[in-house]
Design a protein around this ligand. Structure first.
Ligand code: BEZ
Ligand code: FE
Length: 317
């Protein structure tokens, strides 16, 4: 659904007043010496004014929006990033990912990064357990990392992180635990394997303004069950993605941050208690699951670090 100002019954004189303002704001950027900054600011102004004019924004609504953004800022700290949640729930994060990760041949699709990555997770050996004490159904995850021509990628770094069976990441507990996360490297044949937990659906933090917004519009804060991956290797595009769980009922309802891609939905095959495990691990009378995720990296290095630790901002410095 798109409306334009033409749909509104406004006089030619009123239209001229509104357009004159847009043009004067645009002209205010004429002296900007940074062409990219100029483009960003001009486009922002065009779209922002279009929005205000299309919805005929009331002053009360404008005040409400300012209060909302203020609340988003107030709840944000080094552990809680409400602006990212806002971007995620509006689909802006996934749109940015789409724009920057154009499909390349058979490369694995990217999805949202989320706020729960830590860059000091422990390393595990191939076949190691990333649970680190997090509770849940054990899951054996294995696969290969190759380039788009099928060549194995040895020594690729694979970061994985996930929540426990209660839907909480380690960082959401008050103690200093580190669990449900680790990194490992592919072997000489580009293969990897590790024990993790069968992912479960969980809500994004929704006790703040973004949660209020979701409730007001009748949306669920729940994310489809997933396990996060970030895969890096020299000369190849860094991949930030998840795998989702086939049969997860939340897939029908929808993912609160629009992160699901069909190609990333994997079958977690449940194994009866006593079924021999691939590495001989004794799981007693527990059920366990296994899945396979073969990862294909697109060519071209991309320095992922800027997302977490921006280099000098080229816009406002
Ligand atoms: C997550 O997958 O961890 C996540 C992603 C977006 C918002 C909140 C959580
Ligand atoms: Fe997550």
């Amino acid at each position: 659904m798109t409306t334009t100002t033409a749909d509104h019954n406004i006089s030619a004189q009123q239209k001229a007043v509104e357009e004159d303002l847009v043009n004067r704001v645009l002209q205010s950027f004429d002296a900007c010496e940074n062409p990219r900054l100029k483009q960003l600011m001009e486009s922002l102004v065009v779209h922002l004014h279009d929005f205000i004019r299309d919805v005929r924004l009331t002053e009360e609504e404008w005040n409400y929006a300012i209060d909302f953004l203020t609340a988003v800022g107030h709840i944000t700290d080094d552990k809680r990033q409400e602006f990212v949640l806002l971007s995620d729930t509006l689909g802006a994060s996934m749109q940015t990912i789409a724009v920057n990760n154009e499909a390349y041949e058979n490369s694995t699709e990217a999805t949202v990064f989320g706020p729960f990555f830590l860059d000091d997770a422990p390393e595990v050996e191939l076949g190691g357990d990333i649970a680190g004490g997090a509770q849940g159904q054990p899951a054996w995850i294995e696969g290969t990392v190759t380039d788009t021509e099928g060549n194995p990628v040895p020594n690729a770094r694979i970061e994985v992180w996930e929540c426990d069976e209660d839907g909480l990441y380690d960082v959401q507990y008050a103690d200093e635990r580190m669990a449900g996360r680790a990194y490992l490297h592919t072997d000489a044949s580009g293969e990897y394997r590790f024990w993790g937990l069968t992912p479960v659906p969980y809500p994004i933090p929704h006790d703040g303004p973004v949660g209020n917004m979701l409730q007001a519009v009748g949306r669920s804060p729940v994310r489809c069950a997933h396990l996060h991956f970030m895969v890096t290797a020299p000369e190849l595009r860094t991949l930030v993605t998840h795998i989702f769980v086939e049969g997860d009922p939340q897939l029908e309802i929808g993912d609160s941050v629009f992160g699901v891609k069909d190609s990333l939905i994997k079958k977690f095959e449940e194994q009866a208690p006593g079924t021999p495990t691939p590495d001989g691990r004794d799981l007693g009378d527990q059920t366990w699951a296994r899945t396979r995720f073969d990862i294909v990296l697109a060519p071209g290095a991309w320095d992922f670090a800027f997302r977490r630790n921006p280099p000098e901002c080229q816009c406002f410095t």
